[in-house]
Design a protein around this ligand. Structure first.
Ligand code: PMP
Ligand code: GLN
Length: 462
C-alpha cells in the first residue's frame, strides 16, 4: 500500500470511528430527551451551533442604539457615500424599462456580473476563469464563506484558522461538523512603533497543525482586524504546506483593494500550484463601499466550486438581481479605467491612508499603542496603559476588552469592538489588552473621536 492510500484509509477509519461515536452521542441525546417531557429540551439549539451566544455584531449594534455614542468606530462600514456611479447605477436599474431586472436571475450569479468578475480576476490570478462554472455570486462574503465551508468540510475534518479571525469562521466550521485548529498571529514586539507586519505566525507551530485530517486552512489577507498583508514568503509557506498535505485554502480577501503602499496584496491563488486548491472570497460591500448591498462572491476551479453551488442552490438559490446588475455596471465602469489612478480600486486606499494616520495619531496622543495597519480599515490598539484611568470593576463581562469598550463608550462617547471576539475560547487572553477601531469614517468624525479621547484623558487627570 503506498503512503497516499495508507493516509486515505487511516482517514476513513478515523472518520468512521468518529461517525460511530457521533451516532452513540445522538442516540444518547435522543434517549435523554425522550425521558424528559420538557418542551425546552426538545426545542433547544442543536449542539452543533454551540451555546447560541450573541455574536459581537449583534451585541454591539444593540449597544450603539442604546449608548448612542458620539462617534461609532465599531462595526466596519463607511459613514459617507459610495462612488456616485455605483449609487446611480442602482437607482436607474429599479426604474429601468426592462422588467426582468427586478425579477429572479440565474442562481449562481447574474451573467453580466460573473462576466465582469472574470475580466477583473483572470489577469490577477493568471488563469482564464470560466464565468459560468468558476464564480458564484453570494449574499455577501458571509454566504461565500458559508458555502465554501459547508460545501467542503465534513464531520471530523480539521480546519486551520489563524487568530485573530473573523468570528463566523469558527461557527461555520463547527456547523459543518468540522474541528477548528487555531494558531495565533503574535506581535514580535509590544513597545514602540508596531505595524501589522510585526504580527507573525510561528512557522513550526503552523507546520505542526497540518495532518491527514486537515481539510482546509482559512487565510484572511488583507487581515481583519490586524490589517496585516501576508507577504510572498508567508504565502509560500502556507502554499507549500497545502500542497504537501493536500489541503484546500479558503482565502478571504474582502479587503483586497485596501493595501497601503508599499504593502501589496498578493492573491494566494496566483502562486504556482495553488489555483487548483484555492477558493477566494470577495465582497462588493468592501470593494465599492456599499456594505448594505450584501453581495459577495467566491471563485476557484470548477471542481471545487461545484460543492459551493450545491450549498447555495439549496439555501438562497439566487441573489438580488438589481443589486447584481448595479455591481456589474460599476465593475465595468472601473474595468474601463483600471489603469488610471482614478479607478476606485486604487483611489480607495489613497482615500483611506490619511484617515488611518489621523486615527493612529489620535490614539497615540491618548495613551493607546496602535498597531499601524498596512491594509483594511481597522486599527487594533493596546489600551493597557489606560487601565489605571478606568474603573472596570462594575462591568459584568468576562473579558477585559468587553468591559473596556463598554465603559469607554459610556465615559468617552467613542464605541469600538472588543477583539477577544476574534479568538478561540482558549486564546481569548491574547486579545484582552486590545480594542479595534474602524476608520472608514468622515474626517470630521475621526477628528471628533480624537477630541473626545483627549477630553476624557483630561477629565481623568483631575
Ligand atoms: N470577511 C471578513 C474578513 C470581513 O471583515 C467581513 C465583513 N465585511 C466579511 C467577510 C463579510 O463581508 P460581507 O459584508 O460582504 O458579507
Ligand atoms: N466586517 C465588518 C467588521 O468586521 C462587519 C462585520 C459584521 O457586520 N458582521 O466590522
Amino acid at each position: 500500500m503506498n503512503l497516499n492510500k495508507l493516509g486515505q484509509s487511516l482517514c476513513t477509519a478515523a472518520r468512521s470511528q468518529c461517525g460511530v461515536e457521533l451516532k452513540h452521542l445522538n442516540q444518547a441525546f435522543k434517549n435523554t430527551s425522550r425521558a424528559s417531557s420538557k418542551m425546552d429540551d426538545k426545542f433547544k439549539l442543536p449542539a452543533r451551533y454551540g451555546a447560541g451566544e450573541k455574536s459581537v455584531w449583534v451585541e454591539y449594534i444593540q449597544l450603539a442604539a442604546e449608548y448612542k455614542p458620539k462617534v461609532n468606530l465599531g462595526q466596519g462600514f463607511p459613514d459617507y457615500h459610495a462612488p456616485h456611479h455605483v449609487l446611480k447605477a442602482l437607482s436607474e436599474i429599479a426604474l429601468s424599462e426592462n422588467p426582468l431586472l427586478n425579477q429572479y436571475t440565474r442562481g449562481f450569479g447574474l451573467p453580466r456580473l460573473v462576466q465582469s468578475l472574470t475580466k477583473l480576476y483572470s489577469p490577477l490570478v493568471g488563469q482564464k476563469i470560466d464565468p459560468m462554472n468558476e464564480i458564484l455570486v453570494t449574499y455577501g462574503a458571509y454566504e461565500a464563506l458559508y458555502a465554501a465551508i459547508l460545501g467542503h468540510v465534513d464531520e471530523c475534518d480539521e480546519v486551520i484558522v489563524i487568530e485573530p479571525f473573523f468570528d463566523c469562521y469558527d461557527f461555520m466550521i463547527k456547523a459543518a461538523g468540522g474541528e477548528p485548529r487555531f494558531i495565533a498571529l503574535a506581535p514580535k514586539k509590544t513597545e514602540g512603533t508596531i505595524t501589522s507586519a510585526d504580527w507573525v505566525l510561528d512557522e513550526r507551530e503552523l507546520t505542526s497543525l497540518f495532518n491527514e485530517r486537515t481539510k482546509m486552512i482559512i487565510l484572511n489577507t488583507p487581515h481583519n482586524p490586524i490589517g496585516k498583508v501576508f507577504t510572498k514568503q508567508e504565502l509560500q509557506l502556507i502554499s507549500d504546506l497545502c500542497k504537501k498535505h493536500n489541503v484546500l485554502c479558503l482565502s478571504d480577501e474582502v479587503y483586497e483593494w485596501m493595501a497601503y503602499e508599499p504593502a501589496q496584496h498578493i492573491r494566494i491563488a496566483s502562486l504556482p500550484g495553488m489555483w487548483e486548491r484555492t477558493i477566494t472570497v470577495g465582497s462588493a460591500g468592501k470593494a465599492f463601499s456599499v456594505t448594505g448591498w450584501k453581495t459577495g462572491w467566491a471563485y476557484g476551479p470548477a471542481a471545487l466550486m461545484k460543492n459551493l453551488q450545491v450549498v447555495h442552490q439549496n439555501c438562497v438559490y439566487t441573489c438580488c438581481t438589481p443589486v447584481q446588475e448595479a455591481i456589474a455596471r460599476s465593475m465595468e465602469y472601473e474595468l474601463a479605467r483600471r489603469d488610471s489612478p482614478e479607478c476606485y480600486f486604487k483611489a480607495l486606499a489613497r482615500e483611506l491612508m490619511p484617515k488611518r494616520d489621523m486615527l493612529v495619531d489620535a490614539l497615540k496622543e491618548n495613551g493607546f499603542n496602535p498597531t499601524i495597519p498596512e491594509s483594511g480599515y481597522f486599527i487594533v490598539a493596546d489600551w493597557s496603559k489606560l487601565a489605571t484611568k478606568i474603573d472596570l470593576s462594575q462591568e459584568p463581562d468576562k473579558y477585559k476588552d468587553y468591559k473596556f469598550t463598554k465603559k469607554f463608550a459610556k465615559e468617552c462617547g467613542v464605541l469600538a469592538i472588543p477583539p477577544t471576539a476574534f479568538y478561540s475560547a482558549e486564546h481569548k487572553h491574547l486579545g484582552e489588552d486590545y480594542v479595534r477601531f474602524c476608520f472608514i469614517k468622515k474626517d470630521e468624525n475621526l477628528s471628533l473621536a480624537g477630541q473626545l479621547m483627549s477630553q476624557w484623558n483630561i477629565k481623568k487627570r483631575k
